[in-house]
Design a protein around this ligand. Structure first.
Ligand SMILES: Cc1ncc(COP(=O)(O)O)c(C=O)c1O
Length: 399
């Protein structure tokens, strides 16, 4: 029998160190509480880390995606193709632009299906918006080949993707943009630094692109459409004068967020390594259980395990996914489900006519997935405890 742990193990927690706390305090004392020098330093640090030409800090990935869609010319009458198995933000920003989200199926690796993308293209398609689900890159080469063939833009929702590689290059890097299959496509990637992500600034995001014109436009859109460097207007090197050259948004990052980000970025590779070690412990332990399917891996890409998502073979169990989650909770283990597919949400059903049955693979996956706790703040003993509990629950409810 398992000894139930006393304290609840949340499905996720951020790992904030003393350096972050000192840097935030420094921002508060300096008077730069909104966009200032630390935001510029953080952008430059991300640029160097990823090896990309342009990095624009924003208050959230959602804001970054909205800005990028605007700068990439998405508007009324356009269609944007994206996976239904994503967080609602990916689709909501398309709706904010007055465009139509075209939701398509994913594959067994939880990433968008290139075949489904190609099948969904119409004369109104403007852009493809793949998601690097859970911290593993989607089929970038295939997606970009489709984009080139049909003259479409690609906006990568990289909410889970900072620090991951595809064909040995970081997602978002200029190295990928230089690949033959990528050439000539209008593109950008947006990372999220939300509290649960691979690294965090509380709320926050970063847009990266190799295209200078696009970068300049996006930067202006993040701060009311005001001309470049308007953020300096209260400093000794700035000027009171600015011009509004577009109807922009208020999506700028603050120095308080960047203070966190500067130190989180330095620890990111270590965070990812810990996640990978723990994921391997899960993989090995669950390989003994026929009732569980562990996450798919690809040899040409790394996995940051922002999420560790298992699939339950319900036909082999006497309990369903919801009961499995409740049983884990009874042992003080927190879990989550990523995601309730966008096409099953009432707004998308009412507004765009989606219904259950439209995307069979996504629904099959949704019905069987559970995200287990996985984050650097967990100890090896925490991981071992989760393994013990999962094994116990499965063995108790075997058919
Ligand atoms: C796939 C995906 N896209 C977009 C977002 C939005 O990110 P943010 O909370 O930084 O706006 C999230 C965050 O949960 C996400 O998981």
């Amino acid at each position: 029998m398992i000894k139930k742990r006393e304290k609840f193990l949340p499905y996720c927690l951020p790992m904030i160190g003393e350096e972050e706390i000192a840097e935030v305090t420094d921002s508060l004392r300096s008077g730069w509480v909104t966009t200032g020098p630390k935001v510029r330093q953080f952008e430059s640090d991300v640029q160097n880390y990823i090896n990309c030409s342009h990095a624009i800090a924003v208050h959230s990935c959602t804001g970054g995606l909205h800005v990028a869609l605007t700068a990439m010319g998405v508007g009324a009458g356009d269609e944007v193709i994206l996976p239904s198995l994503t967080f609602c933000a990916t689709a909501n920003v398309v709706v904010h632009r007055g465009a139509t989200p075209v939701l398509v199926d994913v594959k067994d690796d939880f990433n968008i299906s290139p075949e489904a993308v190609e099948a969904a293209i119409t004369p109104n398609t403007k852009l493809i918006m793949p998601v690097h689900y859970g911290g593993m890159a989607c089929d970038l080469k295939e997606i970009y080949e489709i984009a080139r063939k049909h003259n479409l833009g690609v906006l990568e929702d990289g909410a889970h993707a900072i620090g991951i590689t595809y064909q040995n290059f970081k997602v978002g890097s200029d190295d990928l943009v230089l690949q033959e299959w990528h050439k000539g496509v209008n593109s950008a990637v947006v990372y999220s630094f939300y509290a649960t992500k691979n690294m965090t600034t509380g709320e926050g995001g970063m847009i990266v692109t190799a295209q200078e014109d696009l970068a300049n436009h996006m930067r202006i859109l993040t701060l009311h459409g005001m001309s470049r460097d308007a953020w300096k207007r209260y400093s000794s090197t700035g000027s009171w004068y600015y011009e509004v050259i577009d109807s922009g948004y208020k999506y700028n990052m603050t120095d308080i967020q960047a203070a966190l980000g500067i130190h989180q970025l330095r620890r990111l590779d270590g965070f990812i390594e810990t996640r990978q070690t723990y994921a391997q412990m899960y993989d090995e332990a669950f390989s003994e259980l026929e009732e569980i399917i562990t996450p798919v891996k690809h040899p040409d890409r790394s996995h940051a395990y922002h999420l560790y998502v298992i699939r339950l073979k319900e036909e082999a169990l006497t309990i369903d996914r919801s009961q499995f989650i409740e049983e884990l909770k009874a042992f003080n283990v927190g879990t989550s489900v990523h995601y309730i597919p966008v096409h099953l949400h009432p707004f998308y059903q009412k507004q765009f006519g989606y219904k259950r049955g439209d995307l069979p693979k996504t629904e099959e996956i949704y019905d069987s997935i559970v995200s287990l706790p996985l984050y650097p703040l967990m100890s090896r003993e925490d991981v071992e405890y989760v393994i013990e509990v999962v094994k116990h629950v499965i063995q108790t409810h075997r058919r």
